[in-house]
Design a protein around this ligand. Structure first.
Ligand SMILES: NC(=O)c1ccc[n+]([C@@H]2O[C@H](COP(=O)([O-])OP(=O)(O)OC[C@H]3O[C@@H](n4cnc5c(N)ncnc54)[C@H](OP(=O)(O)O)[C@@H]3O)[C@@H](O)[C@H]2O)c1
Length: 304
């Protein structure tokens, strides 16, 4: 099958032909139709995970996937051949990914059925970003009427978090540059937009003089962000530990419950996944470059 891989540490991603995987016990073989780029993929390519996770080369890139169940391994009960599914490749090692024509995933974590009517290309951009947004918001649990500052609101995670925070009844302050980025986050439900290239603390204090009840740290400087919290404020970060007593370092965990919620909200029109661009497998190197330059929402990869 065709896949975009790194063949060794430090190698650039490239398209190769490798053997089609076979599902082991408890695994589902998915014929992938779409995926997307996440910061995780750039971290793998940069070698940041080399000391943290076993790499089984060639490492197929891509955490996200959406497609059709092609076969199931022994003991698989939740999925059947022909099901349309999506999710996040979640294994103890790096090697299998969504930037290939087929991927095997465990039925136990990181896969859910896709309701009818959901665009598979959109679903392929939903899994990791959506899970991170849900987990980060769950960690700070904003109540109606509370103020939430979302730092990194224009990215894949932020675009989903803004919508969920607004739907929870929170007043959302979102970071964005002036112009199209500001319009983008307003369109997703942000009440106030602050420009992170200017004096962010001054703008946030002007909007919420008593401080903010919660911060989602998806980008920017956490040390600055914690100074904007109220006394009982909470912060959740997808970037790592933050020096604050009420902080959570989010490790996105794509449970069936979370993926079902995301897919259900997408199907019901309660959630949109903004896709800034769509690239083929052959165009993945260009997609990485564009992702690094900053995108509004997600970059989708069409696999088949
Ligand atoms: N822990 C986990 O399980 C987990 C899961 C998913 C993602 N993540 C991480 O969470 C982060 C966000 O993910 P993502 O997929 O949304 O990334 P992304 O799509 O690259 O979005 C990041 C956004 O932050 C903006 N930004 C850059 N510098 C900023 C600053 N100083 N203040 C405010 N905004 C700024 C960027 O826009 P401009 O530069 O154009 O303004 C960009 O739109 C990434 O670091 C990713 O690796 C972690």
């Amino acid at each position: 099958m065709k896949a975009v891989v790194i063949t060794e540490q430090g190698a650039a991603p490239r398209s190769v032909d490798i053997a089609k995987p076979q599902p082991g016990a408890g695994e589902v073989l998915v014929k992938v139709r779409a995926s997307s780029i996440n910061g995780f993929d750039t971290a793998v390519v940069a070698g940041y995970l080399a000391a943290m996770m076993e790499h089984r080369y060639p490492v197929v890139l891509g955490k996200d996937f959406a497609g059709t169940v092609e076969a199931v391994g022994a003991g698989v009960t939740r999925f059947a051949v022909g099901d349309t599914v999506f999710g996040v490749v979640t294994k103890a090692f790096l090697g299998d990914g969504g930037f290939g024509e087929y991927v095997t995933v465990p039925q136990a974590i990181g896969i859910a059925k896709l309701p009818d009517g959901v665009d598979v290309n959109v679903a392929g951009a939903l899994g990791l970003a959506g899970t991170a947004a849900v987990d980060a918001l769950d960690a700070v649990a904003p109540r109606a009427g509370e103020t939430v500052l979302i730092s990194g609101a224009t990215g894949g995670v932020g675009a989903i978090a803004v919508q969920y925070a607004a739907a929870a009844g929170a007043t959302v302050i979102a970071t964005a540059k002036p112009g199209a980025e500001t319009e983008f986050v307003r369109g997703l439900g942000a009440h106030t937009v602050v420009d992170h290239t200017g004096d962010l603390p001054a703008q946030v204090r002007a909007a919420s003089p008593a401080g903010v009840d919660a911060v989602l740290h998806l980008a920017g400087d956490s040390a600055t962000l914690i100074t904007l919290l109220t006394e009982k404020g909470r912060i959740a970060s997808t970037l790592g530990p933050v020096e604050h007593p009420a902080s959570t370092a989010v490790m996105a965990t794509p449970t069936e419950t979370t993926l079902d919620r995301l897919a259900g909200d997408l199907a019901a029109g309660r959630l949109t996944v903004p896709v800034a661009g769509t690239y083929s497998l052959d165009e993945v190197p260009a997609a990485f470059a564009d992702f690094a330059g900053g995108t509004l929402g997600k970059i989708s990869i069409t696999v088949a």
